[in-house]
Write a protein that binds this ligand. Structure first.
Ligand code: DGY
Length: 322
């Protein structure tokens, strides 16, 4: 059997090498789509990343494919319906990156509210002359309202951390959670409009789907408070970049901190990068040593199960088994 791994992983691949011939794309940049398309007819298993486009054409060309295993929890780069139609199970890595992503969300929330990145730039550029009563004033977290858009695993982990800051937490999601979950987390359900108009901080933790694409546009920013801060560690395309620029530039909202952009990487000539009140990190929500290792292990376990003809432990399209 042959397996293609589309990037060097932070883990030993000997488990895979015991059952198949393993080819690893060696470059730092992802392989071109055309290269993948050429390779896919020869392989039995594909271990891919969110930077690989796995569409219908590619899946149809993968006549020998027994499984696609993505090293990420999100899978918006994969045409799941096409995989299901071909009977190919798709694996992903839920759970193991929840805490790391919630931590990064809080790192961004604190950085934006207390202007950490601006402060660092200020110091390094030699502008720190004295202690000033009104230097780099930010927003308090204690007592503030945190609005969580999407209360799945990561949204809930973010909510749990808010307790330590004595924040009021409200949330919105496609489906309202059970009362026990709401009570255990100390969160209250709101419509998106209510959440936007009353939150001091809005943090996005929803998957990218056709329904959430550009969920944040001009209208949503107009509903937010001028002191509000937006955090996005989910997917860039949930927020319309031009609308975010207008909101930050005109002071419709106070600041934003985003770990994901549209497109990725953010173009160096993006007007967003001219803004002082925006922090941008390079999609590092799950980037802790332990987390990335666990994600790789899980992706390998999914792929091995697929190659053995067993059910993937973490399958995105369980319909393939019915
Ligand atoms: C995911 O897993 O979907 C993250 O975006 C990357 O860890």
């Amino acid at each position: 059997m042959k397996i293609l791994v589309t990037r060097n992983l932070p883990i030993d691949l000997s488990d895979l090498a015991q059952v198949a011939e393993v080819e690893v794309w060696p470059e730092r940049q992802p392989p071109a789509y055309e290269w993948l398309l050429e390779k896919v007819p020869e392989i039995d298993g594909l271990l891919c990343l969110l930077t690989d486009r796995i569409d219908r054409t590619l899946l149809e060309a993968g006549q020998r494919l027994k499984a696609v295993s993505q090293m990420a929890v999100g899978y918006d780069n994969i045409e799941i319906a096409a995989a299901t139609a071909r009977g190919i199970p798709v694996g992903h890595t839920p759970g193991v990156l929840t805490e790391a992503t919630a931590d990064l969300t809080w790192a961004l929330l604190l950085s934006a509210s207390r202007r950490i990145v601006e402060g660092d730039r200020f110091t390094r550029s030699g502008q720190w002359q004295t202690w000033e009563p009104d230097l780099l004033l930010g927003a308090d977290l204690t007592g503030a309202t945190l609005g969580i858009v999407g209360l799945g695993r990561i949204g809930q982990a973010v909510a749990r951390r808010a307790r330590g800051f004595d924040m009021r937490v409200i949330y919105t999601s496609r489906q309202r959670c059970d009362l026990e979950v709401e009570q255990a987390l100390g969160v209250e359900y709101r419509s998106l409009e209510q959440l936007l108009s009353t939150s001091d901080f809005v943090t996005i933790h929803t998957a990218l789907t056709s329904e959430t694409h550009y969920l944040f546009g001009d209208r949503q920013f107009q509903q937010m408070q001028p002191t509000a801060i937006l955090i996005n560690t989910a997917r860039g395309s949930i927020v319309e970049p031009a609308a975010l620029y207008r909101a930050l530039q005109t002071g419709q909202i106070a600041a934003a901190a985003i770990d994901v952009t549209e497109p990725e990487p953010i173009p160096m000539d993006s007007p967003l990068l001219t803004l002082e009140n925006l922090i941008v990190t390079p999609h590092i929500g799950s980037a802790s040593v332990k987390t990335r290792r666990k994600m790789a292990e899980m992706a390998i376990a999914n792929l091995l199960a697929g190659l053995r003809g067993e059910r993937l432990p973490h399958v995105v399209n369980p319909e393939v088994y019915s």
